[in-house]
Write a protein that binds this ligand. Structure first.
Ligand code: CUA
Length: 671
């Protein structure tokens, strides 16, 4: 066994100085015998460690956890976590195992530091893609990030995210951690089963949650059964261009159950997608109109419908002339067509399920029971055999064929109260979050047998394991994403942070059992889900090269400015300012315009040194741009306020940072 030497040292310290916990060995072979050289040589260090432990009241498990997460200055983490920022509408990047915050990527919400949405044309263009019904959406409810995949493995190129509140998906390029595209989905009015990718990122899947008439039209809720619908959207992704191509996307109309999370088949089940739903009752709520509230109306039946969808066949149907109709700019396969073409099947599932997760081998699909204590393990081969034999037990009210539950499952495993989501390791184990019991259950997929449980603090929702959604998961680390923090951190008033808890899956220093390593408060919104990728799979740029690059196009901008070619030109009523930034000056540094002029700033950072970032603002004009090395921005605005406005560099770039400033002079209109 490979022994991590600092751990051994500290463990030796524990024993040498006879703290209470010393009698329980950390693991076989890890504690040197009394009087060994290791002890002798680290005697004084061990003494201070023992005192530290005593002073801070740390146990042996605490020290082990610290040693497993502590990352000395200059050392880098093994994994990246990409977590949704929830209501923050942005993406949060965290290093594992240190749990250090590395970046916020602005996606659906303006972000001041990078100037996202604060004036530059590129970010304004990206945000404009997310307008719905001709209205700017200035927040997003981000839930489920999905890394791009090649052959079912994360490839580190892109990450996709969704907005549950204002149905949209976005594309983030991991070369520079920049949002390049937001695509609004006006077909649907709510979503949740998003984003999930197919194994080669052919499509980014977005599924509606609360049914509504498709295409944003009105129908009274009394017409729910006839006019309200769900839909699963397949956003076509062009990897070369790094863009979703809406003209090549399509959707499948679904009955008005509330579709929930989805997952793509892989390996043997590639070409299929699986999705949960709730509310077979088609309850609508309406407590003042004599109806039961949604929560009781939608939970009367014992079962809901697990959706089985053949996306590869659906793609062929969508590409066949006359098989779709365009609603809100997207080709839609009507429900009846989906039934006739054999694209959609249902299987009963214990009522009000939540997570659906395909096993790494693609053979099984795990559904969390939520109100049931079991996870149900559906088997793809069994499902496929029933479909091929056309062996259906019934049809739903819309004519969708229903397969037999008992014949479609491999079994159920009793895990505890409130099973939600499942992740996998590379040793045949699954990890399922138990919301009500507030624990993680580890179980053996093949044997359907519970192996271990660990408490979380508190009310775990999603969980993420290293490479845990791929065909080749690493296991090793798991992060429990807890909804409640309660007594974990210093009090900050009634709104508490979320609590990410890092858990060691190796069992190396805990007798084979899962061990809690670290609590990380996240005070930004509710990060629902995350994905964890090996750090060496990413290769982000250090600078924009050549200088003058537009982060959106990843090309040299037509307005890029070279050193020595800075100038100010008036064309009609527009004043074009061709500016460069380099330590420690803007050129030009004085801009004269007249009140009412249109101003087009073209600013290139001609820096090519790593981390030599500048920022640009004109006071009181509510403009801000971040100028990373080599970046180019175009900012257009109207000089609608006469006066004298300092402009300055907003990033402490150099010893003469304060001197990196100038003036924007707006001469009043003649009266
Ligand atoms: Cu450039 Cu501060």
């Amino acid at each position: 066994m490979k022994i991590h030497s600092p751990l051994r040292t500290a463990t030796a310290a524990l024993c040498t100085f006879a703290l209470a916990s010393c009698s329980s060995p950390v693991g076989p072979g890890q504690i040197p015998p009394t009087g060994s050289k290791a002890q002798a040589s680290t005697g004084s260090a061990s003494g201070s460690i023992a005192k530290l432990m005593k002073d801070r009241g740390l146990s042996e498990a605490d020290v082990t956890a610290a040693l497993k997460t502590y990352t000395p200055t200059g050392k880098k983490d093994e994994y990246y976590i990409f977590a949704s920022g929830g209501h923050g509408g942005n993406l949060i990047v965290i290093g594992v195992p240190s749990m250090r915050l590395l970046k916020y990527v602005a996606v659906f919400t303006v972000e001041p530091w990078q100037g996202y949405g604060y004036g530059d044309n590129s970010s304004k263009e990206v945000l404009a893609g997310g307008r719905r019904h001709n209205k700017d959406m200035t927040w997003g409810d981000m839930h489920h990030p999905a890394l791009s995949e090649t052959k079912g493995s994360y490839d580190g190129q892109f990450i996709f995210v969704n907005d549950k509140a204002n149905p949209r998906v976005a594309v983030v390029n991991l070369k520079d951690f920049t949002t390049e595209q937001i695509v609004a989905s006006p077909l649907i009015e709510s979503e949740h089963g998003s984003t999930f990718v197919t194994p080669n990122t052919e499509y980014v899947i977005e599924t509606s949650q609360y049914p509504a008439p498709l295409g944003g039209v009105y129908a009274d809720i009394k017409d729910y059964n006839d006019k309200y619908r769900g839909a699963m959207i397949f956003h076509k992704f062009n990897r070369e261009k790094g863009r979703i191509v809406p003209e090549q996307s399509f959707a499948i109309e679904l009955p008005p159950y509330m579709q929930d999370l989805a997952d793509s088949g892989k390996l043997g089940s590639d070409g299929w997608v699986f999705c949960n739903s709730i509310n077979t009752e088609r309850a609508t709520g309406g407590v003042l109109e004599g109806n039961p509230p949604l929560e009781s109306g939608s939970t009367k039946n014992d079962v809901d419908y697990f959706h089985v969808i053949n996306w590869r066949k659906a793609e062929a149907v969508a590409n066949t002339e006359g098989k779709t109709k365009v609603i809100s700019g997207i080709r839609v396969i009507a429900l009846q067509t989906a039934i006739d073409e054999g694209l959609l099947y249902f299987i009963p599932e214990p009522k009000s399920p939540h997570g659906v997760d395909v096993t790494p081998d693609g053979e099984d699909i795990v559904v969390g029971g939520k109100l049931d204590t079991h996870a149900t393990v559906y088997n793809f081969k069994k499902i496929k055999a029933l479909i091929d034999a056309k062996k259906f037990t019934a049809k739903d009210p819309y004519g969708v064929p229903i397969l037999d539950f008992d014949e479609a499952i491999r079994g159920q495993v009793e895990l505890g109260l409130g099973p939600l989501h499942t992740q996998f390791d590379g040793d045949g184990n699954a990890y399922t979050s138990l919301f009500i019991e507030t624990k993680v259950a580890k179980w053996n997929v093949k044997e359907l047998k519970l192996v271990d449980k660990i408490s979380t603090s508190y009310n775990i929702g999603h969980l993420v394991a290293a490479e845990g959604d791929t065909v080749d998961p690493d296991g090793k680390y798991l992060v429990a994403m807890n909804k409640w923090a309660l007594d974990r951190f210093l009090p900050v008033g009634p709104l508490l942070p979320q609590n990410f808890q890092l858990i060691d899956l190796t069992g190396e220093s805990n007798g084979g059992k899962m061990q809690l390593l670290y609590d990380m408060p996240l005070p930004l919104g509710e990060p629902h889900n995350a994905q964890m990728i090996r750090a060496d799979k990413l290769n982000p740029w250090e600078i924009y090269k050549p200088a003058g690059m537009d982060p959106l196009t990843k090309q040299k901008d037509p307005y890029a400015v070279e050193g020595g070619k800075e100038r100010i030109e008036r064309k009609g009523d527009t004043v074009h300012v061709y500016m460069t930034a380099i330590r420690s000056h803007f050129t030009p540094d004085i801009i004269r315009v007249k009140e009412g002029d249109k101003v087009a700033l073209h600013i290139t950072s001609i820096e090519q040194a790593h981390d030599a970032t500048h920022g640009f603002t004109i006071d009181s004009y509510n403009l801000h741009a971040s100028l990373e090395p080599g970046k180019h921005v175009n900012i257009e605005f109207v000089a609608d306020r006469a006066g004298v406005f300092p402009l300055y560099c907003t990033e402490f770039c150099s010893a003469l940072h304060l001197e990196m400033a100038g003036y924007f002079l707006v001469e009043p209109k003649a009266k």
